[in-house]
Design a protein. Structure first.
Length: 658
């Protein structure tokens, strides 16, 4: 009660309140006694965020201090209905209440804060109008948590470190359940999504609405007092010669609006400044509520821009065979790749990914033979590229083939002529505005060419899978490949895998490249087979690239192989059943009239889980779980409307209700 009382006393006078459609979430915005723009968030009367700063600093305008609230728009209902080719839900109906707050600084310049409150969270962004250049300098947005809150965060790696200077690639392990205010062990800060528990509520923080004109953000390393602030990319995180931070054009004639479309949802006033002069930030996205609400939220794509045109017949999510995970560069040769095409066909999958060095070890002529052979078996071919200009030293080829629009047009035409269905582009250079523009150009131009895309060594997608339906997946995770490099990574993978559905894979597709049932060369595998199988359902990826080889798959029981042959290529619905970040998770996913339930246990001890399956009625499903040995399976039944399971240490399961 004392916490609630102090929270209410901290509310600035004359706060403007916006509530969610169900009335549970409330956001209060005001200018405080120091003439700073601030907000607070509560849900069901309980504080989630204490008084937190808002505002921007531009080279041409300071919206940090000396502010006054000059206008508040009426609340309006916002609704969008859209579909996702690959995500936790296929058909989404996003509803929110929206309100705009206009503040002016001492110079009379204005900043517009747009808020949207939905039943599952909050989104906010800023727009600054006016003629002339708008050069971004800093953002003041902060998130102040009550002292007893906890955090689940991934450190941001330092730019130009790691293999061949390829960082940052969002490939660190998470710090789990740490006290808010704990500084990042890496000076670059913390990545999105960031997960917090504040009282009875959870909060997942990310950003969305990236159109290639703005840099990507992160949380700063210092969060003294439990106050987290938006951080900026390192100056080296740029496309060669490109800019780091967002800016608008120097000259802003009215005619520019025809050439430079506005950010989504921003309209140009008649007779007002050109849209080229507007600076609009990405959305700051906060999924808020009980863990079930956060886990089922789609805010990360709700706040992304609508889809660009793309040939729907070419949007084919699915599964892929992939030799590199366990066999590495030496396997990127014609005979091995042909064998992996046969493997994909036998598994009723859709694709085979031909990884690095294919241009030198296979060549165009033989790649076309592979593509033709794959097509005869219903398998599409995917080809690897190194994104690099001078931002990394990775020697793998093809390299530096996609740097200009002319380069991309030539390579995309070349790939189409060979018969390749899509590209995997690797080793990007960070989060600066020019590097974000490079991603978006790749996505736009590959969409126009009818090619699917997969980015590795990359940033977080931030909702791009909605805007660009040809983006099947992105890495941005410490994936299975790391477990093949060191035993320490293999030992850590169980808790890491139990974190990912709550964070990295919460909103965006993730190319973790899961599932090994046999041996990992020179590594002692720590997971049981049921754990590995569960990842095939728990992890979301438009194309799921499986690490297991034909030899490893040949050793599994027929009922496991059959499940993987029939596993849906896309999902229609998700239900969070139980879990705790980094410890265990159980999710249910629907595809058409089938439900799949999967769970894994990262603990060293058995875990009992009680499942409420009432929505299934009185039904019986197939259950595949761990056998007696670590490399064994067992088949049984799972009975609705309720069921109790005991998950062995580092084990898991998949159940299917037809």
């Amino acid at each position: 009660m004392r916490l609630i009382a102090s929270f209410l006393l901290a509310l600035p006078a004359l706060a403007q309140a916006l509530t969610s459609p169900d009335g549970q979430l409330q956001v209060d915005v005001s200018v405080n006694a120091e003439q700073q723009l601030v907000y607070t968030v509560q849900r069901a009367g309980q504080p989630v965020l204490l008084a937190s700063r808002l505002g921007l600093v531009l080279e041409q305008g300071d919206f940090a201090n000396g502010l006054k609230l000059v206008a508040t728009s009426p609340v309006k209902a916002h609704r969008e209905q859209y579909t996702l080719a690959a995500g936790k839900k296929s058909h989404i109906d996003y509803r929110a209440n929206e309100q705009r707050f206009t503040v002016a600084n001492a110079a009379g310049q204005q900043l517009v804060l747009t808020l949207r409150a939905s039943n599952d969270g909050l989104a906010l962004r800023y727009t600054v109008d006016g003629a002339g250049r708008k050069q971004f300098k800093d953002e003041l947005t902060s998130f102040a948590f009550p002292a007893e809150s906890r955090a689940w965060l991934q450190p941001m790696s330092v730019a130009k470190t790691g293999f061949a200077r390829t960082n940052p690639s969002y490939e660190e392990h998470y710090r789990m359940g740490i006290a808010v205010g704990t500084p990042s062990p890496m000076p670059a800060g913390w990545v999105f999504p960031a997960l917090f528990r504040s009282g009875a509520n959870w909060l997942a923080l990310t950003e969305a609405g990236m159109d290639g004109r703005f840099h990507a953000s992160r949380l700063q390393a210092d969060s003294t007092g439990g106050i987290y602030r938006i951080g900026l990319p390192d100056p080296s995180e740029v496309f060669t010669g490109g800019r780091l931070l967002a800016q608008t054009g120097i000259d802003c004639p009215q005619a520019d609006a025809k050439r430079r479309p506005p950010p989504e949802g921003v309209k140009q006033a008649r007779g007002g400044p050109s849209l080229a002069c507007q600076l609009t930030t990405p959305w700051r996205v906060l999924a808020i509520g009980p863990l079930k609400t956060v886990m089922e939220s789609t805010l990360g794509t709700d706040l992304a821009a609508p889809a660009v045109p793309f040939d729907k017949s070419k949007i084919k999510p699915g599964h892929a065979s992939w030799s590199w995970a366990l066999l590495k560069d030496g396997a990127t040769v014609f005979d091995v790749q042909k064998r992996f095409i046969d493997y994909a066909a036998d598994m009723h999958w859709n694709y085979t990914l031909v990884d690095a060095e294919w241009d030198r070890q296979i060549g165009d002529e033989k790649m076309k033979q592979l593509a033709d052979y794959g097509r005869s078996k219903g398998i599409g071919l995917l080809a690897w590229y190194n994104s690099a200009g001078d931002w990394n030293d990775a020697p793998q080829t093809p390299r530096s083939k996609l740097l200009t629009a002319a380069d991309r047009q030539r390579e995309f035409a070349r790939m189409k002529a060979i018969g390749v269905a899509g590209l995997k582009v690797d080793f990007f250079g960070g989060d600066g505005a020019s590097m974000q523009a490079y991603y978006v150009n790749l996505l736009k131009e590959s969409a126009a060419a009818g090619l699917l895309m997969n980015f590795h060594g990359a940033t977080l997608p931030r909702g791009w899978s909605r805007t660009f339906p040809n983006l099947m997946t992105m890495e941005a995770v410490r994936g299975l490949e790391f477990t093949t490099f060191t035993q320490d990574d293999e030992d850590a993978v169980v808790t890491h895998a139990a974190m990912l559905p709550f964070t990295r894979n919460l909103f965006d597709p993730m190319d973790f490249t899961p599932m090994v049932f046999g041996d990992i060369p020179n590594i002692k595998r720590t997971t049981r087979n049921g754990f590995e199988l569960a990842e095939s359902v728990l992890f979301l990826s438009g194309i799921q690239h499986y690490a297991e080889t034909p030899e490893g798959m040949a050793a599994v029981p027929a009922y496991v192989k059959n499940l993987l042959q029939e596993l849906p290529r896309r999902w229609d619905e998700v239900r969070f059943l139980d879990g705790e970040p980094g410890k265990f998770v159980v999710l249910a996913r629907r595809a058409g009239k089938q439900w799949f339930i999967a769970g894994l246990n990262a603990d060293d001890q058995p875990r009992d889980v009680q499942l409420d399956l009432a929505w299934l009625g009185a039904r019986e499903g197939q259950l595949i779980t761990d056998g007696v040995g670590e490399r064994e399976f067992a088949e049984g039944k799972l009975t609705a409307p309720s069921a109790k399971l005991t998950l062995p240490p580092k084990g898991g399961f998949v159940a299917r209700f037809r």
